[in-house]
Design a protein around this ligand. Structure first.
Ligand SMILES: [Zn+2]
Length: 289
């Protein structure tokens, strides 16, 4: 059965960009008569709050974005991720790295594998990295076609466990999509660059390979990604019908005039019937509101 999901990070309320991603994945799942799950990616305690995740749940309710089953909180399944790291450790597929943030920044952000064969002292501060085989260099996106990623990025020995003990996003997302039986991942285009490295991890863990569909990013007039970082307005403080219509327009869905001011629930049921992959724009969408 088709199983999709929406997986926001609760570092603030939903903004237009994340609402558009929620709507895109919801419409796709419902148009396939599939399940749509909700996962709160709240592993980073510095950035995430209960207040923000509650605000996201409230916004989804206001927009009629009803998910199946219970909400999954990543912060409650840390032991599962640690178990996967242990299994990789057993297979010699991870290693400890004590390189500083500064050093990696100086390398241009892509780690060079310096610690691959280094033995560390037990009391040293280290992160745990994936010994990435780097065999997957490309994937087929159902909305955008064949996408290749530079070998250095696809095959980077990325971090699975940070030095402060936080499980990294790239591990948790791969583990959860497998255990929740997600068949298709619909998410923002900002995650295209990490897809091949996630696929390398999926391959090593022997997980099923999901289908990917990346949605356009929504930019403000000043050409920035709509996010908390550049103070995008939270959507639950705005006109829900207008916001929903705007988010749908960014997905190539132009509502008929009589539905422009209708409750989001009605707009979405029109969207389920009219959702088309080939109607989704490939380029970023600039919106002012
Ligand atoms: Zn290192």
């Amino acid at each position: 059965m088709y199983t999709g999901r929406f997986a926001p990070t609760p570092s603030g309320p939903l903004h237009l960009g994340s609402l558009s991603t929620a709507i895109g994945s919801f419409l796709r799942a419902r148009s396939q008569k599939g399940k749509w799950l909700l996962r709160i990616e709240d592993l980073d305690r510095q950035r995430c709050s209960r207040e923000a995740s509650d605000s996201i749940l409230k916004t989804l309710e206001i927009y009629g974005l009803e998910y199946d089953g219970c909400v999954i909180y990543q912060s409650r399944q840390v032991e599962k991720y640690r178990e996967i790291i242990r299994s990789l450790q057993f297979r010699n597929l991870v290693y400890k790295c004590s390189c500083s943030r500064k050093r990696i920044k100086a390398l241009g952000g892509i780690y060079d594998g310096r610690c691959r064969n280094t033995v560390h002292q037990e009391n040293q501060n280290f992160s745990v990295r994936f010994r990435n085989p780097g065999t997957v260099l490309s994937f087929d996106d159902i909305a955008r076609g064949h996408i290749e990623t530079p070998a250095a990025e696809s095959g980077e020995d990325f971090v699975l466990l940070r030095s402060d003990g936080t499980v990294a996003y790239n591990l948790a997302v791969v583990a959860d999509d497998e255990t929740e039986g997600v068949t298709e991942i619909v998410r923002g285009a900002d995650l295209i660059p990490v897809t091949t490295r996630q696929l390398n991890l999926i391959s090593v863990l022997g997980y099923r390979t999901p289908v990917y569909m990346h949605l356009p990013l929504i930019l403000s007039g000043t050409d920035l990604k709509y996010s908390k970082q550049n103070h995008a307005k939270p959507v639950n403080e705005s006109d829900p019908s207008l916001m929903c219509a705007t988010a749908m327009k960014c997905l190539g869905l132009i509502l008929p005039p009589d539905l422009c001011c209708a409750p989001p629930r009605e707009q979405l049921s029109w969207g389920i019937k009219n959702f088309r992959i080939d109607g989704i724009p490939r380029n970023n969408q600039t919106v002012s509101y």
